[in-house]
Each structure stands twice: as structure tokens, then as C-alpha cells.
Ligand binder design. Structure first.
Ligand SMILES: Cc1cc2nc3c(=O)[nH]c(=O)nc-3n(C[C@H](O)[C@H](O)[C@H](O)COP(=O)(O)O)c2cc1C
Length: 347
């Protein structure tokens, strides 16, 4: 029988955020260690491999949730990581398996809010506390000053233009959407109600779901309009929290830990969070040759400006932007896959 503590621990790990709620992980209990490995999901539409930046951020977030659960139970975890994102990514050996399980508050409270936020500033103490968080070679920049925010929002807009011209990303987004109650109940992907769409938004999404139609409209500049509407909420946010640092695979896992820690602390303090991954994703596509045709020069310029804005060294990148602010309303929350789809006891 699987120890209750281990199953509960794995369930907390699996509350981690992932790109489009794809949950690309599998946790495996061997009897002595809990392994985190890659799980390929929806291979027909998936754009993120086991070694991709987005996947590694999610893996770091799982590790952070596991550590938060271990520490809530006074258990020490000893981590070992494979180099270069080899499988399993990592293992955590625990010094004892308690009978009961105390659930940490943070992982269950952390969530994405895609609704509009209030415009009032965040408390200075919180800004200082979050801004001081570090993990390995990663750090946090808190952009509150309007000119700095506007500079970054412009980069989000340009990156979104490239994104709306990318056929693979179009397929991935529409493959991730869950519309009917049965699809939502499957427990992964993006529940359309969690997107916080304005009136008419669902019909609009239906209209642009056909790639042939959107690529025709893109010749008339539709991608520019879509990108403009994409930056509406981020332009109005009182602050942007940005995670940056080195790009080797261990550092990206660490960035995922830092991302999850900052996000969880913000949510616990009553601050709403929405991640924006589009800039990082387009920079990665520039490097691996998967940008939409014709955007290399623009995304190259975005990269130079990102480096300037955050004072990045060679070999560093922007890992994630978070739009933050006081929530106006509670969002519909994403579900998770059933535990038996993400956890196995191989002991
Ligand atoms: C690598 C990564 C990229 C993400 N990109 C975005 C994004 O660009 N826009 C967005 O609204 N949410 C984004 N998210 C949030 C996920 O969609 C969200 O975490 C997932 O649907 C689970 O929902 P939850 O955060 O409420 O648990 C991203 C999350 C991760 C880890």
C-alpha cells in the first residue's frame, strides 16, 4: 500500500502551474525516493519537449511545492538532479515517512487570475520582500515605474504579434482549450471559463480557431489587432514581477522554483497574478529556429531590449513576466489530472 504521506505529497507537487495546464510531469515513488520525470501529454498538439524551457519551469515549480509540503511536515528532503534534464529530472529522498500529512497552505492557494485587477499600488514591504527572493542564478525585478512598464508592455505586444502568426502555437492553444463540461472534467488544459473572456470573447475565439481563416486575416494585419487586445490588461497593471537568470537546464528548474515561490507568496498576501510567457517563448523560438517567418529581426530587437531593461549578462534570459495587482474578482480555477495519471507507486 502506498503510504498516505507519499500520495498526499505527490498531490501537492502536482498543483504546480504549467504552460496551458499541460502538467508535463510524472511522480514516481520507489520506496526510498520520489522521482520527477517527464510525461508527454497530447503529443499531436504539444510544442514543449522534455528539455524545453517551459517544461523545466513547471518541473521547478513541482519541486518547490514538494519542498513546501516537506517543510510543513518537518521532513528533510535531499535532492539529486540529473544533468542536462536527463530522465528522471530529479529525485528527492526523504529522511522519514510520517503517518499523517499536514497540507501546506500555499500550493492550494496559488492560482492564475486572468481578470482585470485594481490599479492601486502594492504595499512597499511586500514589494521589497518579493524583490529580495533568489534561487540559484535567478532573481526578481519588480517593475512599478510607468515608463519601465510601458517599455516591457511594448515588447509583449511585438512578441504577441509573432505568436499570432505561428501555426504551431495556434494548434497548441486550440488543442489546450476545454469547452464542454466533460472536457473540463478531464482535468488538464485550459477551461475556457478560466480565461476571463469579455462578452463576445468566446465567439471571437471560435472565429479565430480556424488557422486558414486567421492566416488570411493576418495578411490584412489581424495579428496586430489581436496583439493589441492581448496587452490591454497588462498595460493597466500596477506592477510587473519579472524572473530572470541563467539558461542552463538546472538554472531554468531553479527559475521555476523561484517563480512558484514568488507567485505563491503574492497569492497568500491577497495579490492576484497572471503570467505572460510570450516574450520568453518567442526569444526561445528565435534561438531554436521555430519563429513564424519574417519575425527574426523584430524578435532579435526584443531580445536586445530585454537585456538592456533587466541588465542581463550573456547567457541570461527573462524567464517570466507576472502581471500583479489586487483582484477585482475571483477567477474560475483550473483543474488537475486525477492523481493516478501523474503519480505511480513503483515500490
Ligand atoms: C511556463 C508557463 C507559461 C505560462 N504562460 C501563461 C501565459 O502566457 N498566459 C497565461 O494567462 N497563463 C500562463 N501560464 C499559467 C498557466 O496557464 C496555469 O498555471 C495553468 O493553467 C494552471 O492554472 P493555475 O495556475 O490556476 O493552477 C503559464 C504557466 C507556466 C508554468
Amino acid at each position: 500500500m502506498t503510504p498516505k504521506f507519499i500520495a498526499e505529497l505527490a498531490a501537492v507537487g502536482a498543483l504546480a502551474p504549467s504552460a496551458d495546464n499541460s502538467q508535463p510531469w510524472r511522480l514516481n515513488w520507489t520506496g526510498t525516493v520520489l522521482e520527477i520525470a517527464h510525461a508527454e501529454r497530447h503529443a499531436d498538439t504539444n510544442v514543449f519537449s522534455a528539455r524545453s524551457h517551459a517544461t523545466l519551469l513547471g518541473i521547478g515549480a513541482v519541486a518547490e511545492n514538494l519542498d513546501s509540503a516537506l517543510s510543513a511536515n518537518g521532513v528533510r528532503g535531499n535532492w539529486q538532479w540529473n544533468s542536462d534534464a536527463g530522465q528522471p529530472y530529479g529525485t528527492v529522498a526523504i529522511d522519514r515517512v510520517p503517518e499523517g500529512f499536514i497540507a501546506p497552505e500555499g500550493p492550494a492557494r496559488r492560482h492564475t487570475n486572468r481578470l482585470p485587477f485594481r490599479s492601486d499600488a502594492l504595499p512597499a514591504q511586500l514589494v521589497d520582500r518579493i524583490g529580495a527572493l533568489r534561487e540559484g542564478a535567478n532573481r526578481i525585478a519588480f517593475l512599478s515605474e510607468p515608463a519601465q512598464r510601458a517599455r516591457l508592455v511594448r515588447l509583449v505586444r511585438i512578441s504577441s504579434e509573432a505568436r499570432f502568426c505561428n501555426r504551431d502555437l495556434h494548434k497548441w492553444l486550440f488543442g489546450s482549450l476545454r469547452r464542454s463540461p466533460a472536457e473540463v472534467a478531464s482535468g488538464d488544459g485550459l477551461d475556457i471559463d478560466s480565461l476571463g473572456l469579455p462578452p463576445g470573447g468566446k465567439s471571437m475565439l471560435g472565429f479565430i480557431s480556424d488557422w486558414g481563416r486567421i492566416s488570411t486575416l493576418n495578411r490584412l494585419g489581424a495579428y496586430k489587432l489581436l496583439a493589441r487586445s492581448e496587452v490591454g490588461l497588462i498595460s493597466a497593471a500596477p506592477a510587473l514581477v519579472c524572473v530572470s537568470g541563467a539558461t542552463d537546464s538546472r538554472s531554468v528548474v531553479d527559475a521555476g522554483r523561484l517563480l512558484n515561490r514568488a507567485w505563491t507568496e503574492l497569492n497568500l498576501a491577497g495579490i492576484a497574478v497572471q503570467p505572460y510567457y510570450v516574450v520568453t517563448d518567442q526569444l526561445n523560438r528565435l534561438h531554436d529556429g521555430t519563429l513564424a517567418a519574417g519575425f527574426d529581426a523584430q524578435i532579435g530587437a526584443v531580445e536586445r531590449e530585454v537585456h538592456q531593461l533587466f541588465g542581463l549578462a550573456t547567457g541570461e534570459t527573462l524567464h517570466m513576466i507576472l502581471r500583479v495587482g489586487y483582484p477585482k474578482a475571483e477567477p474560475v480555477r483550473s483543474r488537475r489530472l486525477a492523481l493516478d495519471q501523474v503519480f505511480a507507486d513503483a515500490s
